[in-house]
Ligand binder design. Structure first.
Ligand SMILES: *[C@@H]1O[C@H](CO)[C@@H](O)[C@H](O)[C@H]1NC(C)=O
Ligand SMILES: *[C@@H]1O[C@H](CO)[C@@H](O)[C@H](O)[C@H]1NC(C)=O
Ligand SMILES: CC(=O)N[C@H]1CO[C@H](CO)[C@@H](O)[C@@H]1O
Length: 416
């Protein structure tokens, strides 16, 4: 066997099997992308409870959200983590040097709130910041890593997001590693979300995703999402551009986090909401809703609770999908998923229109065009099960119509 043949065999089997798969942080958690609710995008740092009595970051808000998350069908759909973001803290530590919540907004303390959230069947997540101050100016954890990890464990948290404001680039690696070790040594399983890569990518330095996968369950690597389609497409385009650097490091226990779902707020149309949900499923992204459960519309709620889209997001192969190509300003994305039939994977395929001419634009596509190499597939339209497609060999051409800024989201399952 000559050298070229050996190389060819090696490359072919690597592509076919997509092996070896990465090994995530070994805490047994986040084997599929975490699902939950997080306060930041919708409730930000509202601390004025006189002006915003129903919206301020407070015990009252989180108990209300816990009630509705649990009774509204979200928990049943898989959204289990209720995560408090920035602005819960008091500006002062206790005389013993412990973190404490703002006493007016959290009069019962954090353990009491944690107990309430747990009593609703939910898991409890919190936020802190590695540097000296959180992004909103509250005490950070640097120089207190061990005692702060202990405080969070005493409060029985199940998830922690550690942000990266007000720190120097040289300190991140050691700091995030040490804090993760303190969490681990506590013996309590806690999902560990690390914002560190964003703070260095932001300065033009590439993050070490292989290492991140060993110490964090998920990580942010691009800007905060804002309540607009422009912000959403900014994130999508950054993921498109850089996918080859970090897509392969996603897998059970370790995920790239393109940030919260803004569905149900003010900035996205109905079609754009379906777009975010579909692309977050393609990207194997954590599904962290940031919405007011008291006011969300039923139509948007249906998108968040769509079982077929959630199943694609949570697919157990844990492979992050990728952008394949753009056809007439319509981006094609693909993600290998289960079921695997006779060695052939199924695929989720999303066509996202970047057009703004006001009608559903028709394009001819085939499975081969989106990079699928072999087989005959049954095709299901995930958002419109009534839309029927013929079974298709990879070369069969069929027409889809994609609404402006919307998606056609297909699932292709091998017939044999
Ligand atoms: C701590 O790390 C060890 C080794 O990676 C792992 O086996 C264990 O499950 C971890 N424990 C927790 C609580 O994360
Ligand atoms: C799609 O293909 C059909 C059959 O070849 C052709 O008649 C039609 O014009 C094509 N449509 C588009 C939008 O390219
Ligand atoms: C005290 C301090 O340095 N605060 C900064 C922390 O980071 C945020 C976000 O970058 C800044 O706005 C603060 O000025």
């Amino acid at each position: 066997m000559n050298y070229n043949i050996i190389v060819l065999i090696f490359i072919t089997s690597w592509i076919e099997l997509e092996l070896p798969r990465v090994h995530g942080l070994d805490n047994g958690l986040a084997r599929t992308p975490p699902m939950g609710w997080m306060s930041w995008q919708r409730f930000r740092c509202i601390v004025d409870c006189k002006l915003y009595p129903d919206d301020c970051i407070s015990d009252r808000l989180f108990r209300k959200m816990a009630d509705l998350m649990s009774s509204g069908g979200y928990l049943d759909a898989g959204y289990e983590y209720l995560v408090i973001d920035d602005c819960w803290l008091s500006h002062e530590r206790t005389p013993q040097g412990r973190l404490q919540p703002d006493p007016d907004r959290f009069p019962h303390g954090m353990k009491d709130l944690a107990d309430y959230i747990h009593s609703k069947g939910l898991k409890f997540g919190m936020y802190e910041n590695f540097g000296g101050y959180t992004c909103a100016g509250y005490p950070g954890i640097i120089h207190h890593l061990e005692v702060d990890a202990k405080t969070f464990v005493d409060w029985e948290i199940d998830y922690i997001k550690i942000d990266g404001c007000n720190a120097s680039i040289d300190d991140y690696k050691q700091g995030y590693t040490d804090f993760g070790r303190y969490l681990n040594e506590s013996g309590r399983p806690i999902v560990y979300s690390c914002s560190w890569p964003y703070y260095i990518e932001n300065k033009g330095i590439y993050a070490d995703y292989k290492y991140l996968g060993e110490i964090c369950n998920l990580w942010r690597n691009y800007e905060d999402i804002q309540d607009s389609y422009e912000s959403l497409t900014g994130i999508i385009d950054w993921y498109k551009k850089h996918q080859d650097r970090f897509g392969k490091y996603a897998g059970p226990g370790q995920w790239n986090d393109p940030d919260m779902l803004i569905i149900g707020n003010y900035g996205l149309s109905y079609e754009q909401s379906k777009t975010q949900m579909a692309l977050w499923a393609i990207l194997a992204a954590p599904l962290l809703i940031s919405v007011d459960f008291r006011t969300i519309d039923n139509k948007e709620k249906e998108i968040l609770l769509n079982k077929d889209v959630i199943a694609i997001n949570q697919d157990k192969l844990g492979i992050q999908g990728w952008w394949v190509k753009t056809i007439s300003k319509i981006d094609a994305w693909v993600r290998p998923i289960t079921p695997v039939v006779n060695g052939k994977k199924s695929y989720a395929v999303a066509f996202h229109s970047r057009r703004d001419d006001g009608y559903a634009y028709a394009i001819n596509v085939s499975l081969h065009k989106v990079g699928i190499k072999q087989g005959t597939y049954s095709i299901k339209d995930v958002y419109n099960p009534d839309q029927k497609y013929e079974d298709a060999d990879i070369n069969d051409v069929f027409t889809i119509k994609v609404k402006p800024s919307g998606v056609v989201f297909l699932k292709a399952i091998p017939l044999s």
